[in-house]
Design a protein around this ligand. Structure first.
Ligand code: MLY
Length: 274
């Protein structure tokens, strides 16, 4: 069974505080998600935000949707909150005087777009207007402080919302760092990004949260392992009982003692501080 991450314990253990909810452009309570897989809607093309395209709901998770643009491949899926202003009911674009566009990398000839659009919408399950939620307001300014904890989308693995820390603050931006991971996943984003959430958001919205990774700030293992400094005991030959003379295996090697200088790192499996 799924055990939610214990933030209270982690904040104590790391002697840190959560960024207050008022720092974020997120609803006080995560919005309900009444979307269903296969529903169609309009979405801005993330690779070309001047285009409005038809998208299909691929996954419903917490307050988020995994979307795929119709006419695109399955390698360009993206995630949106149900209160994102980048998604709307089918018909919204035309009502506001726009025209639906093929996604960047439309898999057919551009001339086949009108017929493709007709066919993709024919008999489709349209997401009803009432399940789209209003975008929450932005805080007036960047209220984040270095060291505060949050939950943040891993932009390289956007299905994941992870345990994170504000690493730096500069003007309207914050540097998001992922606890227990080396810098490769870090990014800068605006304080009002929709990809950052207050501590507890995942648990409240029913979205899984990735706990911290295994690396500490020095790049070494976070957890202490009780090392076995003696060689493993070789298995006893199963033939011993019936035919002792058949056991030609060598006698077990003597235990090994390893001397570790206190000031040295023994690697992830050896803790010299014990
Ligand atoms: N298998 C991937 C997942 C990395 C996820 C990192 N996030 C949680 C910051 C990898 O090891 O690259």
């Amino acid at each position: 069974t799924y055990q939610p991450f214990d933030w209270d314990e982690y904040l104590k253990e790391t002697n840190s505080v959560a960024a207050p909810a008022s720092c974020f452009k997120q609803a006080v309570t995560p919005p309900h998600n009444e979307f269903k897989v296969s529903m169609k809607l309009e979405a801005l093309d993330p690779r070309n935000v001047t285009s409005t395209c038809i998208a299909t709901v691929i996954t419903v998770l917490g307050s988020r949707l995994r979307l795929r643009l119709d006419g695109s491949d399955n390698k360009n899926d993206f995630w949106r909150l149900v209160d994102s202003k980048e998604i709307n009911p089918v018909g919204h674009c035309e009502k506001s005087g726009g025209m639906l566009q093929p996604p960047l990398g439309f898999r057919m000839n551009a001339s086949s777009w009108p017929m493709f659009l007709t066919k993709t919408l024919n008999g489709a399950l349209m997401a009803p207007a009432n399940i789209f939620q209003k975008e929450p307001p932005s805080p007036k300014c960047n209220l984040f402080q270095v060291g505060q904890k949050l939950e943040a989308v891993d932009k390289k693995n956007p299905q994941l919302i992870c345990c994170a820390t504000v690493g730096a603050v500069k003007n309207e931006q914050i540097h998001v760092t992922f606890d227990g991971w080396r810098g490769a996943f870090d990014y800068w984003c605006r304080y009002d990004s929709r990809d950052i959430f207050p501590v507890g958001w995942c648990a409240k919205s029913g979205h899984p949260m990735q706990p911290p990774g295994q690396k500490n700030s020095t790049g070494h293992a976070r957890y202490k392992f009780k090392p076995a400094l003696t060689a493993p005991i070789p298995p006893i030959s199963s033939t011993v009982a019936e035919s002792p003379e058949a056991d030609t295996s060598a006698p077990p090697p003597p235990p090994i003692t390893i001397q570790v200088r206190k000031s040295c790192m023994g690697g992830p499996l050896i803790d010299a501080t014990q």
